[in-house]
Write a protein that binds this ligand. Structure first.
Ligand SMILES: NC(=O)c1ccc[n+]([C@@H]2O[C@H](COP(=O)([O-])OP(=O)(O)OC[C@H]3O[C@@H](n4cnc5c(N)ncnc54)[C@H](OP(=O)(O)O)[C@@H]3O)[C@@H](O)[C@H]2O)c1
Length: 311
């Protein structure tokens, strides 16, 4: 049996349930690819899953390997995979049931793409989940178009910092909320107007938004209805927005879960290689310090992404 190190949980809880262990290297099935992981990123979903607060991972899925996105190199491919070969560099977002905090991960062939050539493998590993979430929220669900006005809540985080850049690149007018040194960080990403949510009410600054992209939820989401234009949309990665509020404004409301998508990752790779979009790495951790990477994320106030590198 060939073994590898993977970071797993056998029960829900805090840092104490997250442990490195030796497990069997998974085999790629039909239309799947086995990837040797070079870097994986830290995402809030890892903390929520660990705590038992992520509805898609309940008790019967345990033990469970955490880590949802990565960069790496194809080790071998399963039946029916023609587009990937051993030695190819890839990056991707892992579907349910696999984990990227491991030396190897099995991924659907369609979830993979070539990583940006202009960044190293560690940096590329920070991109897929956050960038796809931003892309799908703005364009697939939010239908943001050139000239549209968008308010992005939490512009300084992993998802938000991509969303600000994608929306600017699209030609939208971008408002974003942030706090402290996050305000300057988001301004430097190209936002037209950055609102410090500690000192300003976003409702006093951003009005008539075609889209509110909500990465905060709760009261921030509820208050956001006051700034949505007639015919606009409120799209959230968190709690389900009120359909009653939406219909009273002739607006749309949706909550979504980001999905793996190799084709969208290829578009993101092109934007990065063209210099139109960059990923900000807040901190890097070694693989044997993966637990520390998660604790850093849990402390909050991250500007961009936290990434774990295998070497
Ligand atoms: N549904 C999905 O598929 C999906 C996918 C990805 C992410 N998500 C969720 O989306 C949220 C954002 O993810 P992420 O990866 O970007 O998280 P992150 O990297 O941890 O970033 C969170 C950011 O939010 C800022 N923030 C906190 N409170 C805020 C507020 N009231 N107004 C504006 N900004 C605020 C923080 O900065 P300061 O506190 O310093 O201001 C921080 O920069 C998380 O809850 C995550 O679970 C869902």
């Amino acid at each position: 049996m060939t073994t590898m190190i993977a970071y797993r949980i056998h029960g829900f809880g805090g840092p104490e349930v997250f442990k490195a262990e030796k497990i069997e290297v998974p085999e790629p099935g039909a239309n799947e690819v086995l990837v040797r992981v070079r870097a994986a990123s830290a995402n809030p979903v890892d903390l929520k899953t660990r705590a038992g607060q992520y509805p898609l991972v309940r008790e019967d899925k345990l033990p469970y390997t955490l880590g949802r996105d990565f960069s790496g190199t194809v080790e071998r491919v399963g039946d029916g995979v023609a587009q990937w070969h051993a030695g190819d560099d890839v990056y991707g977002f892992v579907g349910q049931g696999q984990g990227a905090y491991a030396e190897f991960v099995v991924v659907d062939a369609s979830a993979l793409a070539r990583p940006p050539k202009t960044v190293d493998a560690t940096t590329a590993g920070a991109v897929p989940l956050a960038a796809l979430t931003a892309w799908q929220g703005l364009f697939d669900h939010g239908k943001l178009e050139a000239g549209g006005r968008v308010l992005i809540h939490a512009g300084s985080g992993g998802v938000g910092h991509f969303a600000v850049q994608f929306a600017k690149h699209k030609g939208a007018e971008v408002f974003a909320t942030a706090s402290g040194d996050g305000v300057e960080f988001v301004r430097a990403l190209g936002a037209d107007c950055v609102i410090d949510y500690h000192t300003q009410r976003f409702e006093d600054v951003a009005r008539g938004m075609d889209l509110v992209f909500d990465l905060v939820g709760g009261d921030t989401q509820q208050r956001s209805w006051d700034v949505v234009a007639t015919g606009g949309a409120l799209i959230s990665t968190l709690n389900e927005p009120s359909q009653t509020e939406a219909s009273s404004r002739g607006a749309r409301a949706a909550r979504y879960t980001a999905q793996p998508d190799g084709r969208q990752l290829t578009e993101i790779q092109r934007l990065m290689d063209a210099g139109s979009v960059r990923v900000a790495i807040a901190e890097r951790f070694a693989f044997d310090a993966t637990a520390d990477a998660l604790e850093r994320l849990a402390k909050g106030h991250v500007r961009g992404k936290i990434v774990v590198a295998m070497t």
